[in-house]
Design a protein around this ligand. Structure first.
Ligand code: SAM
Length: 241
């Protein structure tokens, strides 16, 4: 996969050089380029914004600067991702769908956002545009939102996570549940013991215990997820809970 990020603060994306995403880039599993939007500004102050038509506070990012930047960066098969608090909510399902794309281009807004014609123009030209929100709150810019989405997508790419088994039982995975609590050594810490069943070596009992705790936790913290479950995925023991 190829990912391009366009921002007026390219340094904000430096964490992408670290950890698993950084390694994926180094090993060639992921091609990643961060671009400075100001490289496409044409005046001597490298202006990328202007006052909003209709009045009001703040500045809006200019469509002409974004237009030339995206014309250079987007390939015909690219998906343009526009982070915005007014977008569709970014979820694990969205991450899974983005992970199948050959190229993602993240357009990081600042100020009051990007002139609405940029997304409109790319849609009208037949391009795929995903306007996505990482949650119901407002950040100062699209860089942090892009970091969140890129990390969630990159870890789904084949080879990025050393043991792909770790993806199977995760929260928000195929089971539609939150993950069960996890423990490691030492078996007793601060007077708290690891649940005995996890030390038993009895695989079926451990699997049942984990399933029960996942269901309990999801019921308690995210009843909306339990309501959304297809009843046919629940077994008899699940229903007893
Ligand atoms: N005026 C906009 C509004 O009320 O919808 C908010 C603009 S915000 C200050 C500036 C930029 O931050 C946005 O263009 C977007 O790129 C990014 N941003 C802020 N909150 C976000 C969120 N929840 N999800 C994704 N991007 C966000």
């Amino acid at each position: 996969m190829r990912i391009d990020v366009v921002s007026i603060f390219p340094d904000y994306l430096a964490p992408l050089e670290l950890s698993l995403v950084g390694k994926a880039v180094q090993s060639g599993l992921l091609e990643l380029t961060v671009h400075d939007l100001r490289a496409w500004a044409t005046d001597r102050h490298r202006t990328v914004d202007d006052t909003p038509f209709g009045g009001g506070a703040g500045m809006v990012m200019r469509p002409d600067v974004w237009g030339t930047a995206l014309a250079d960066v987007l390939t015909p098969e690219a998906t343009l991702v526009v982070p915005t608090p007014s977008g569709e909510t970014f979820t694990q399902r969205v991450a899974e769908s983005l992970a199948l794309e050959p190229q993602l281009v993240f357009a990081c807004g600042r100020y009051e956002g990007i002139d609405a014609r940029v997304a409109e123009h790319h849609r009208a030209a037949g391009g795929t545009v995903r306007e996505l929100s990482i949650g119901d709150y407002v950040l100062n810019g699209g860089e942090v939102a892009s970091l969140v989405m890129i990390e969630a997508v990159a870890r789904l790419l084949p080879g990025v996570i050393g043991n792909p088994e770790s993806l199977v039982e995760e929260s928000h995975g195929e089971a539609g549940l939150l993950e069960y609590p996890v423990y490691t050594k030492p078996p007793t810490w601060e007077g708290l013991d690891v649940p005995e069943v996890l030390l038993s070596g009895h695989h079926a009992k451990i699997a049942r215990w984990r399933r029960d705790r996942a269901l309990e936790r999801t019921l308690e913290r995210r009843p909306d997820m339990v309501e959304a479950l297809d009843p046919s995925v629940l077994d008899k023991a699940d229903r007893a809970l």
